[in-house]
Design a protein around this ligand. Structure first.
Ligand code: SF4
Length: 213
């Protein structure tokens, strides 16, 4: 593929896998990314809980949090402006909507990564280690936990996140997740910072420590 300035994550969400990108398409994707930055109002919150206070259904999350001393709930969103733009584009520019949607999905994942990296750095300050973030819908953790999770974070008031009757979040470009805090390093984490998606946001590395030790 020729040299290209477009965020590879945006290309991945568009289904690109190394194909040549023509200059016109590259220009349009770049514009979609810029528009997304313009209309986004990124916001985040997280809070730690005693594991005894939380009761999540399913085996996956129980295994994920086993042995933990604290559970952090987190929520992030790009805000309602992104949804408004998605609706507008769907009526006037369907291809533009697809590009904008990919840009927004990449942006909210980046925001979630950045937030997780902050949680991880704070945990290490306290001598604790994080598990990777686990979202409703992963494994057998149902979306039905969303009302409780968002309620505990006061996310409607703080971030403007509400739920549809089927527990989908509005704004749509929002992420919730559960992170376990443990006294020992957790398996399943990146074995080297070189392959870690949190690397661009990681405050630990700059201090010469890692989340593993
Ligand atoms: S693996 Fe490295 S970059 Fe990733 S969170 Fe841990 S210390 Fe940070």
């Amino acid at each position: 593929m020729a040299e290209c300035d477009v965020d590879p994550e945006v290309l991945r969400y568009l289904g690109y896998a190394g194909q040549e990108l023509n200059p016109e398409l590259e220009r349009r994707i770049t514009e979609a990314v810029e528009l997304c930055e313009e209309v986004s109002r990124p916001a985040k919150t997280w809070r730690g809980f005693d594991p005894a206070m939380l009761h999540f259904p399913g085996k996956s999350i129980a295994e994920h949090l086993a042995g933990g001393v604290e559970v952090v709930l987190m929520a992030v969103t790009l805000g309602h402006g992104v949804d408004r733009e998605l609706r507008r584009l769907s009526m006037v520019d369907p291809l533009g909507q697809v590009m904008f949607d990919a840009a927004a999905t990449a942006a909210v994942e980046r925001l979630a990564n950045k937030t997780e990296a902050q949680i991880r750095a704070e945990a290490r300050e306290r001598g604790l280690y994080c598990s990777w973030r686990f979202s409703p819908g992963y494994g057998d953790l149902p979306l039905e936990v969303q009302p409780d999770l968002l309620g505990r974070l006061d996310a409607a008031r703080r971030l403007g996140i509400t739920l549809t009757p089927s527990n989908l979040m509005v704004p749509t470009k929002s992420v919730t997740a559960i992170v376990g805090l443990h006294p020992t390093p957790q398996p399943g984490l990146a074995q080297t910072c070189d392959v870690c998606e949190l690397r661009p946001h990681c405050a630990l590395r700059s201090r010469g420590v890692t989340c593993r030790a």
